[in-house]
Write a protein that binds this ligand. Structure first.
Ligand SMILES: Nc1ncnc2c1ncn2[C@@H]1O[C@H](COP(=O)(O)OP(=O)(O)O)[C@@H](O)[C@H]1O
Ligand SMILES: [Mg+2]
Length: 258
């Protein structure tokens, strides 16, 4: 059997291929291909979105209808994180930056009653872009935690649910402004619209959006609930009709699990 001879012949062929390949690699074309591959790899690793928004801290958002208890619980959350030695940045939407707060005045001011719903949505995302780029991402990169009173879920709920804008359009803006950037945890404080409204009755003046009719807030609440079902990993629905202490305890459990 010519087994040994065949093997020697096979080895010679293999060597020939290696020589051929190394010759090709040394050729300009192959070098260019490998360089391109290296550049693509470098880009993927260092310039990709995940690198750009590399987070060392955690991003928590809190949302829900008016009077759900967001401001009350945010104060407790920030206090709790401080006591744990975590550097925490508290912010709010719309607003949170110098420019964002100016946009907030435009959005909520009673002198802008006739604002088109699309304009409202675009202004919300303009303020959000400022907040993400100039405040949230830099803070997270420094290892701080960020807690925001409202975030993108509110655009889906208020402009999508309340104003009846197309949810897909809001998703497009979300992708455009945020890419894959999302909160690590969203606490959705869910309470009946009537309870929420009763809680805020004592507020001196209502802003342009708070002045909307009851049905508007029912639609807002319903979209919030839908989203918590769509993204159960991120959005934790909490029954905010419970006492402040009960809500606080549940929030603490979710934060500890982060
Ligand atoms: N779980 C709760 N039970 C009863 N009252 C609450 C609860 N949470 C908040 N409140 C009260 O309701 C009012 C509105 O709360 P706030 O935190 O300002 O709501 P939001 O910021 O969601 O509009 C405040 O007077 C607050 O003390
Ligand atoms: Mg509030």
């Amino acid at each position: 059997m010519d087994f040994f001879g065949g093997g020697a012949f096979g080895a010679a062929k293999f060597n020939q291929k290696i020589i051929l390949l190394s010759g090709i690699f040394r050729s300009g074309r192959m070098k260019r291909i490998w360089w391109n591959k290296l550049i693509i790899l470098f880009h993927r690793i260092f310039l990709s979105e995940s690198w750009a928004c590399m987070k060392k801290g955690k991003f928590i958002t809190i949302d829900g209808v008016e009077g759900a208890g967001k401001s009350t619980q945010i104060a407790v959350i920030c206090d709790y994180l401080h006591r744990k030695g975590i550097d925490v940045v508290k912010t709010r939407e719309p607003g949170g930056t110098d420019l964002g707060e100016k946009i907030r005045s435009l959005l909520l001011g009673l002198d802008n009653e006739g604002m088109h719903s699309d304009t409202e949505l675009l202004l919300m995302f303009s303020a959000r872009n400022e907040l993400i780029q100039n405040k949230i991402k830099p803070a997270l990169a420094e290892g701080k935690w960020v807690v925001s009173d409202r975030f993108t879920d509110a655009s889906f709920a208020y402009q999508g649910g309340g104003r009846l804008l197309n949810l897909d359009r809001i998703s497009e803006l979300e992708s455009w402004v945020q890419g894959k950037f999302q909160a690590d945890l969203t606490l959705l404080l869910d309470v009946g619209v009537d309870i929420g409204m009763t809680r805020i009755e004592s507020r001196k003046s209502k802003d342009r959006i708070e002045k909307e009719e009851r049905e508007f807030f029912e639609r807002v609440r319903s979209v919030f609930i839908d989203r918590s079902k769509l993204y159960p990993e991120r959005i934790k629905l909490i029954d905010a009709s419970q006492s402040i202490e009960q809500v606080q305890q549940q929030i603490q459990l979710f934060i500890e699990a982060l």
